[in-house]
Design a protein around this ligand. Structure first.
Ligand code: GLV
Length: 307
């Protein structure tokens, strides 16, 4: 049996999973089932205790790219394999989101917006794509696609990752020691890192200060990777000129939070790359077949690594 929980589109997922896996019985929360019969769980943020009696679980499929929350659960046996989505339509959405932010900065749209409120007709000189240095943190399926696509559009792109990754047109920065150098050459910093012990709090005030004066940041990774108070300080001082934020230390962002009304901030409610039913189900169904055949599913999480 496959048991499903997702806060959104549950009926759609159930239908699509049942079609893709006709030999499995697909049931969904809050339907009462015999927990011992559940072999596969497909979830996004299931309620506490969800996995408690699922003693025959063979795999948990997460309906997202980030597995930070599932790794922190205390109701899930730590030997059960966790499988995340890899790309599944998210890389292209992320590229669109980041590109919007990049163009906003490069083509000075914030400035034109301010000029518009003053009815000021004034041309500004914009740097070319080649003069716009972008630093992408995280070069997995999503970050790698974003970095190489921006490079193909002519931007001066460098990428930073734990282990390094050669991508066409992308300068490779590897490991912790190289991070300040990557920041120092980034007019626009794009954070697409997974949430791990190593990346938590990575972009604190000291680290963000390595960005050149007038730089911008786009955060669509995880909120806890960026020190929000330090970010606000750098925006107020003008060291950073713009931040486009999709993720926050606490979500939903509290209504009293100063980020909401900051003139240099454009924020969105964690929508940069949404999980799409069709590609997600296709990937999960293929992975279930792989597991049944004794293979290693695509997107198998290495728990010690955290993604
Ligand atoms: C969204 O944040 C995801 O991890 O897929």
């Amino acid at each position: 049996m496959l048991y499903l929980y997702t806060p959104q589109d549950m009926a759609c997922y159930q239908h699509a999973l049942q079609q893709a896996l006709p030999q499995q019985e697909v049931r969904c929360w809050p339907e009462e089932v015999a927990a011992v019969q559940v072999k596969y769980a497909v979830v996004w943020n299931p309620p506490a205790g969800f996995f408690k009696y699922m003693v025959n679980l063979q795999a948990v499929f997460v309906l997202g790219a980030g597995v930070d929350r599932i790794l922190k659960r205390d109701d899930l046996d730590p030997t059960v394999p966790i499988v995340r989505l890899t790309d599944a339509g998210m890389a292209q959405q992320m590229l669109e989101y980041v590109l919007y932010g990049v163009l906003h900065v490069q083509r000075q749209m914030g400035q034109y917006r301010r000029q518009q409120t003053l009815r000021q007709w004034q041309a500004l000189t914009a740097p070319s794509a080649g003069q716009t240095r972008i630093g992408v943190l995280g070069l997995g399926e999503i970050g790698g696609w974003v970095a190489q696509s921006l490079a193909a559009m002519g931007y001066a792109v460098a990428g930073w990752s734990r282990a390094g990754r050669q991508l066409p047109g992308v300068q490779d920065y590897i490991g912790q020691a190289a991070l300040p150098d990557l920041l120092a050459r980034s007019d626009i910093l794009v954070n697409l890192l997974p949430a791990t012990v190593q990346t938590r709090g990575l972009l604190d005030g000291r680290m963000l200060s390595h960005l050149p004066s007038g730089a911008a940041i786009i955060n669509a990774g995880r909120g806890e990777q960026v020190d929000e108070a330090a970010l606000l300080g750098l925006l107020d001082s003008g060291h950073l000129r713009f931040a486009m934020l999709d993720v926050f230390e606490v979500e939903p962002l509290e209504s009293v939070h100063p980020l909401w009304s900051h003139p240099s901030v454009l924020l969105t409610p964690h929508i940069a790359a949404m999980t799409l039913v069709e590609p997600a189900v296709e990937q999960i169904a293929a992975n279930v077949q792989t597991i049944i055949q004794g293979g290693v599913p695509q997107g198998l999480v290495e728990r010690e690594r955290g993604y």
